[in-house]
Design a protein around this ligand. Structure first.
Ligand code: IMP
Ligand code: MG
Length: 175
């Protein structure tokens, strides 16, 4: 049983309040439009499920799974698509929902992949924008929180597949 020291960074209440605000922004922007909201598995599953409950725009929902090599604290920059969306994105407004942007490689890959699918617009919502290690310029349209440094877990985010179930976000200091 893993027991890394955890320090709370965003409480459940703080996250819930921010998710409601982002939901309201999304409702304003996409009012009357056909929207597809795409969850990036696994990390974004809690953010996505809380966020879509705030939406009044009657979106379609779909899921992708991306894999980058390594299960530790860094992604290697070598991204592949493990599961694609089932829906056609042609002519629709597409909003990608991701947990964290760190180096930027994962979202750079997905944005380029979706850019050629004929979507009416393509935007990105990220719960935590980490500024510490950006290697590729990726600018999200909706940002929950901005973090200068640290590795975080909980609310869907993992460290080697642990801690996804936690209802708040913690900084983990692995020994
Ligand atoms: P990027 O390709 O370096 O931007 O990495 C993005 C992916 O790495 C995210 O989708 C997360 O799954 C994972 N990741 C990056 N930083 C963290 C973190 O602090 N906690 C948990 N996962 C992270
Ligand atoms: Mg992720």
């Amino acid at each position: 049983m893993r027991q890394d020291p955890l320090r709370c960074v965003y409480t459940r209440e703080t996250i819930a309040a921010r998710v409601r605000e982002i939901g309201a922004e999304i409702n304003r922007l996409y009012e009357g439009k056909s929207l597809v909201v795409v969850c990036v598995l696994k990390g974004a599953f809690m953010f996505f499920s809380d966020l879509v409950k705030e939406l009044t725009v009657r979106p379609e929902l779909d899921f992708v799974r991306l894999a980058s090599y390594g299960s530790g604290m860094k992604s290697a920059g070598d991204v592949m698509l493990a599961k694609d969306v089932d829906l056609s994105l042609e002519g629709k407004h597409v909003l990608i929902v991701e947990d964290v942007i760190d180096s930027g490689h994962t979202m750079d890959f997905l944005l380029k992949l979706f850019a050629v699918r004929g979507a009416a617009s393509l935007r990105l919502a990220v719960l935590v924008d980490k500024k510490e290690r950006r290697e590729v310029a990726v600018t999200p349209d909706f940002v929950g929180f901005t973090l200068d440094e640290g590795f975080i877990v909980g609310y869907g985010l993992d460290y080697a597949e642990r801690y996804r179930e936690l209802p708040a976000i913690y900084e983990v200091r692995a020994e």
